[in-house]
Ligand binder design. Structure first.
Ligand code: FE
Length: 390
């Protein structure tokens, strides 16, 4: 038996935030990141709408990027004292992910990260509160997914939490919030969304329920990302919806090794962080060439859906070229070398990174199996810009 789960309601369109004034309840905590929602006036709007709904509010502010176990536990403690019946998270992926984890420890104070790290093993949520997610970036789609990533900085371990219990009850996809994204973030999150949709479409868990969402998302990203990057706010709006569709697909079909590679290289090098979406964008064409041995027809479907013609082989090649063109237009480098990773450090670390990437949670649903030796070869192609021919 398969399962397909999405939020109960999705409100979208400019000004969709206003739906909050119709909320039924007594108390809401609002979980926020670094302050942009406050600065741009969106927090004030939310507070006014909730006041109109006669809902008492409390803020949990300053959730850091890549939220920590401590932040989650502190937030859960505040929730236990305040006893909200709504958890509202607003901002980029980090505050929403953190709020999802806080929700678990609010409802189950005696549980531990070790207990919920096993995928799809969560206790039954919604005993105390329901969950609203309001994204301000157009990429992670955490507002509709069953995932959250929390970091234990004392051990350096990332906990990728996965369970349909943490799929939000309500997603408010208001493009006005995404208008505040800087240019580079628009590029990276947009390519993250494209990667979500492509990986979901070729995933071993793809289904008739996820395929149309993935294909539509891919079409919309190709149509709107460049314009959105160049400041066209109508295109920005369409990208906000496209990433949400991609999220609906991958929350149910899961991902593949582009994400495995991005997860294990994001913080691996001394030269600095590789932003998640940027890493995905760099790896995507190489992984398509690798995976095409097992999923050529699926990639050809994607290519044809965006107007590419030819036999399956030609379609896959042209799809990769199209992604290369987009990366170029978005100022995303073609190789890890070009990104600035030092060759000595790469050589020194690649064996370990390859092994970790094979063990990543996203590898299981990749359409082609991969060994650590093959993964190392793939990373070498990505580093030097070599053709993937194995
Ligand atoms: Fe992603």
């Amino acid at each position: 038996m398969m399962r397909f789960t999405l939020p109960r309601d999705m409100y979208y369109g400019k000004g969709a935030l206003e739906q909050l004034k119709n909320l039924k309840g007594k108390k809401a905590v609002i979980v926020l990141g670094g302050g942009s929602m406050k600065r741009f006036g969106f927090l004030d709007k939310v507070l006014a709408y909730l006041k109109e709904a006669s809902i008492e509010t409390k803020l949990i502010e300053n959730v850091e990027p890549d939220p920590s176990v401590e932040t989650v536990m502190k937030g859960a403690q505040i929730m236990r004292e305040f006893e909200p019946d709504w958890i509202i998270s607003m901002g980029g992926g980090s505050p929403i992910d953190a709020a999802k984890a806080m929700w678990v420890f609010y409802e189950y104070p005696d549980t531990s990260f070790e207990e919920i790290i096993k995928p799809f093993s969560f206790p039954e949520l919604r005993q105390k509160a329901k969950f609203i997610a309001i994204p301000s970036t157009s990429g992670t789609a955490t507002e509709v997914t069953a995932f959250s990533v929390i970091t234990d900085y004392s051990t350096g371990v990332k906990y990728p939490l996965a369970d349909f219990n943490i799929t939000p009850d309500i997603a408010i996809v208001d493009p006005e919030l995404a208008e505040t994204m800087p240019k580079t973030l628009t590029a990276h999150t947009g390519m993250d969304a494209l990667t979500h949709a492509i990986e979901a479409y070729v995933s071993t868990l793809n289904s008739p329920f996820t395929d149309p969402l993935a294909l539509k998302a891919i079409n919309m990203v190709f149509e709107y990302l460049i314009d959105s990057y160049n400041g066209d706010m109508n295109a920005r709006e369409q990208m906000h919806y496209a990433q949400c569709l991609a999220g609906q697909a991958f929350s149910n079909a899961l991902l593949g090794i582009v994400h495995s590679m991005a997860h294990k290289t994001g913080a691996a090098f001394s030269t600095g962080h590789i932003p998640h979406g940027c890493a995905n964008a760099i790896y995507l064409p190489y992984v398509i060439k690798y995976n095409a041995k097992s999923a050529q027809n699926r990639y050809a479907d994607i290519a044809r859906s965006v107007g590419i013609t030819g036999n399956d082989n030609e379609c896959v090649d042209k799809l990769c070229s199209k992604i290369d063109e987009y990366n170029k237009a978005l100022s995303i480098p073609k190789t890890l070398k070009e990104f600035g990773i030092l060759e000595d450090e790469f050589k020194q670390k690649v064996d370990k990174i390859a092994e970790l990437a094979v063990g990543d949670a996203c590898t299981g649903s990749n359409p082609r199996e991969i060994t650590p030796i093959e993964m190392k070869k793939l990373f070498e192609c990505v580093y030097y810009g070599k053709e993937v021919d194995f």
